[in-house]
Design a protein around this ligand. Structure first.
Ligand code: ASP
Length: 432
C-alpha cells in the first residue's frame, strides 16, 4: 500500500474516532485519545529535530551552487518577487470574498456574546503576544543574528537563513580544494537529513491518526456552526487560491500539468494539514520537490527553506477575511484605501509569522490594529482557528512548491510532469 493511502486512512480514521468521542461525550474514549496524543506530538518533534540542520545545510549548498552573486541575486530577487506577488493576490481574494459574502453580518448577538465569553481570556493572551510583535525596524534588525549558533539553538529561522546564505556565497570565494571539503560536509548533512525523513515518514499514518483524533475530539463541529459563514469564506478563499491561482501559475507560467502536480505533492499537503506547521513539513516538501517534481537541488534547497518561513499565502488570505469579518461584526466600514493597507500589512504579517501552529493568529493582531479594528474580536474566531490553521498551512506549502516549480522553469529546468515520469520516492524508499 502506498504511503499516501496509509496516511489518508490514518486521517479519516482519526477524524472519525475523534468525532465519535466528541459527539457521544464519551469520557473514557477522550482519555484514551489524550493518553496517546503525546505519540503524535513526539512525531512532530522528530521532524522538527531535522529542520535546523536541513535548513542550514541546504541553504549553504543552495547558495554556493548558485555560483556567483549575480545568479544568487537573480534567483533570490525572482523568489522574493514571486512570494510577495502571490501573497498579495491571496489577501485580495480574501478581501473580495468578504466584501461579497459579508460573513460578519450573519453572526447573531447571542453567538457573539457566547464566543467572547468562552474565548475572551485566551484571546487576551494572544493579543499580549501580538503586542510584543516587533516594529518593522526591529524586525529588520532581528534578521541579523548576533550569534548564528544561538539563532540555530532557538530555531530562529530568519537570522539563520541570512547567515546560511551569506556563508554559502562566501564559500564560493575561497580556494577550490577547501571549498570542496566544506561543501562536501554540508551536502552529506543534507542527504543524511533526507534519509532520516524517510524513516520518520514511515510512522506518519499512525501519528496523523493520533493528531487528528485528538483535535476533533476536543473541538468537534459545534463551534463551526456558529461561525459557518466566516469558516466557509476562509475555506472558499483557500480553495480558490490553491486550485485557481496556483493552477494558473502552474499551467501558464511553469508549464506543467496542475492535476499531476497536485497528485505528486499530496503527501506534503496532508502533513501540512496534520501538523499545522510549514516548518515541520519542510523536510518532506524538499524531498518531494527533488524526487517527485524533479526540481534541481540547486533551486529547491534555496527556494523552499525561504518559502517555509516567509511565504504564507494561506495565512495572509485568512488574515484578510478575519479583519473584514471582525470589522463587520463590530459594524466598522473599511474603505477601499484601508483595505489596500490590509493587503500590505497582511502580506508583511504573514512574512513575520513563523511556520508553526497558530502563528498567524498572533500576527493577526498587527493587521487588526493597523486597520483600526478592535483586536478583542479575535475572541470570536479563536474557536475555529485550529481547523483553519490546518487548511491554511496546506495552502502555504502548496504555494512554496508551486514557487519552486515556477522558479526552476524560469532558470531553464525542464520539468516534465506526466504519467510516464511517475513519482519515484516520498512514498517510502530511502534516497540513495
Ligand atoms: N501554521 C501556519 C504555518 O505553519 C502559520 C499560521 O498561519 O498560523 O504555515
Amino acid at each position: 500500500m502506498k504511503l499516501y493511502t496509509k496516511i489518508s486512512i490514518g486521517l479519516v480514521a482519526g477524524a472519525t474516532a475523534g468525532i465519535v468521542v466528541n459527539i457521544a461525550g464519551w469520557e473514557g474514549g477522550g482519555n484514551v485519545l489524550a493518553t496517546i496524543e503525546p505519540f503524535g506530538l513526539g512525531w512532530i518533534r522528530l521532524i522538527r529535530m531535522i529542520v535546523v540542520p536541513l535548513v542550514v545545510a541546504s541553504l549553504v549548498v543552495g547558495a554556493a551552487s548558485l555560483g556567483d552573486l549575480r545568479t544568487l541575486g537573480r534567483v533570490g530577487g525572482k523568489t522574493v518577487a514571486y512570494y510577495l506577488a502571490t501573497t498579495s493576490v491571496a489577501v485580495s481574494i480574501g478581501l473580495v470574498l468578504s466584501n461579497v459574502i459579508k460573513p460578519g453580518r450573519g453572526l447573531s448577538v447571542e453567538s457573539q456574546q457566547a464566543l467572547q465569553a468562552e474565548y475572551g481570556t485566551q484571546a487576551a493572551g494572544n493579543i499580549e503576544l501580538g503586542n510584543q510583535a516587533p516594529s518593522v525596524v526591529q524586525l529588520l534588525l532581528s534578521m541579523i543574528p548576533d550569534n548564528p549558533v544561538g539563532a540555530a539553538a532557538n530555531a530562529d529561522m530568519l537570522p539563520l537563513i541570512l547567515f546560511s546564505i551569506l556563508f554559502g556565497v562566501a564559500a564560493t570565494m575561497i580556494r577550490e580544494d577547501r571549498r570542496r571539503a566544506v561543501l562536501g560536509v554540508f551536502e552529506a548533512i543534507n542527504d543524511i537529513s533526507m534519509v532520516m525523513i524517510h524513516w520518520v515518514m514511515t510512522l506518519a499514518p499512525y501519528a496523523v491518526f493520533v493528531l487528528i483524533a485528538a483535535v476533533t475530539a476536543r473541538f468537534g463541529f459545534e463551534i463551526l456552526e456558529s461561525l459557518l459563514w466566516y469558516t466557509g469564506t476562509v475555506v472558499l478563499g483557500l480553495a480558490l487560491h490553491a486550485f485557481g491561482t496556483f493552477s494558473l501559475i502552474l499551467r501558464f507560467l511553469a508549464r506543467v500539468n496542475p492535476v499531476e502536480f497536485f497528485r505528486r505533492i499530496r503527501n506534503a499537503q496532508l502533513l501540512g494539514f496534520s501538523t499545522s506547521s510549514s516548518s515541520a513539513t519542510l523536510p518532506v516538501s524538499m524531498q518531494i520537490a527533488e524526487e517527485n517534481l524533479g526540481i534541481s537541488k540547486k533551486i529547491s534547497s534555496f527556494v523552499l527553506p525561504l518559502g517555509a518561513t516567509v511565504n504564507m499565502d494561506g495565512t495572509a488570505l485568512y488574515q484578510g477575511v478575519a479583519v473584514m469579518f471582525i470589522a463587520q461584526v463590530f459594524g466598522i466600514e473599511l474603505s477601499v484605501m484601508q483595505q489596500l493597507m490590509v493587503v500590505l500589512t497582511a502580506t508583511l504579517a504573514s512574512i513575520g509569522a513563523a511556520g508553526v501552529p497558530s502563528a498567524g493568529i498572533i500576527t493577526l493582531t498587527i493587521v487588526l490594529s493597523q486597520a483600526g479594528v478592535p483586536d478583542t474580536g479575535i475572541a470570536l474566531i479563536l474557536g475555529v482557528d485550529r481547523i483553519l490553521d490546518m487548511l491554511r498551512t496546506s495552502v502555504n506549502l502548496t504555494g512554496d512548491l508551486t514557487g519552486a516549480t515556477f522558479i526552476a522553469r524560469t532558470e531553464g529546468e525542464n520539468i516534465v510532469l506526466d504519467a510516464t515520469t511517475a513519482p519515484t520516492v516520498a512514498e517510502g524508499s530511502p534516497a540513495q
